[in-house]
Design a protein around this ligand. Sequence first.
Ligand code: ARG
Length: 403
Amino acid sequence: MAKIEKIVLSYSGGLDTSIILKWLQETYGCEVVTFTADLGQGEELEPARAKAEMSGVKDIRIVDLREEFVSDFVFPMLRANALYEGQYLLGSSIARPLIAKHLVGIAREVGAHAIAHGATGKGNDQVRFELAVNALDPSIKIIAPWRQWNIRSRMQLLEYAEKHHIPVPSDKRGEAPFSIDANLLHTSTEGKILENPAEVAPDHVYQRTVDPVDAPDTPEIITIGFERGDPVSVNGKSMTPAALLTELNGLGGRHGIGRLDLVENRFIGMKSRGIYETPGGTILLTAHRGIESITLDRAAAHLKDEIMPRYAELIYNGFWFAPEREMLQALIDQSQTFVSGEVTLRLYKGSASVISRTSPLSLYSADLVTFEESAIAYDHHDAEGFIRLNGLRLRSWAARNGR
Ligand code: ARG
């Protein structure tokens, strides 16, 4: 096997990836370049630089990917109204292909032939990272320390840290922390007491939303502007994608919107229970369906809804860069040509509800639907024939059954 000369590590600066950094340097005896992405996880990233420096890393990359994350990954997914298993807004799933893309980009730039990540051997994230790297550059080798080393538990991890003088924050001693993944779209919390789906999640699990019970007693009314399927403004103020999602996260968090306690089916085979908080994303999903309700043709809307579970599953399973995801994306994007206008929502105690919608491109015709006298040519007798023909086969069926 060819010797590995250089590795690009996806590095958060947390305990796990600090240990992985040390382990890579020892095991491969080569240069490790660290890559830390700012996806809006709300953590200071400069400490990661200091820690990497202390571990002797010479090439440290810290990149702000917030705008790219929202405009090129989150928004395309929201155009599809994507939900996995009917409920999960895919906040972790959609971040992995972006991180993988940059790992590959940096590897090429610095001439590294391998990348490494800190995802464990039981989760979806390892699959997502690696399928994305396969699709983007099959020549790059992937190192997944959690599948390779013989550290098998949290305790052994701490022992390794101690042995190698890697500082362990005091709250990481003793009891293992929750496994948390956060970015601009969501916070996901798994592990510990949550592993028992019969246990009610304790209140301190929630990080960015208040309990709806404690949310303000007065509702808040907001208006979101859409252009070609993407949100572009809040209350008339134009915003960049990341700024808009940040704004809605604040509003949603204050009103307790977007909490989800879910048992899901991992791609790898087991069921897992997690707590998700997706305040801005939940508002956007509701608002987007609101603007689509007046701007999409019925058959177009229904076709979108048919392919949505398939599209969501592709993202969940890590096939973002696969040809079939791109084909479905082309279909979804084309459907959004006329999805422009404004949606007004009421935020109140955990819910975001559409209360009005307008669009210069609306297909809605009050004249056509009205209960009042209407000028538009609509012949009520057409409805009679329409029902008679649709009922034809039902009458045959009922007659044969002897009803
Ligand atoms: N189960 C979620 C998914 O597969 C989240 C995974 C990462 N979250 C975490 N807390 N480690 O998308």
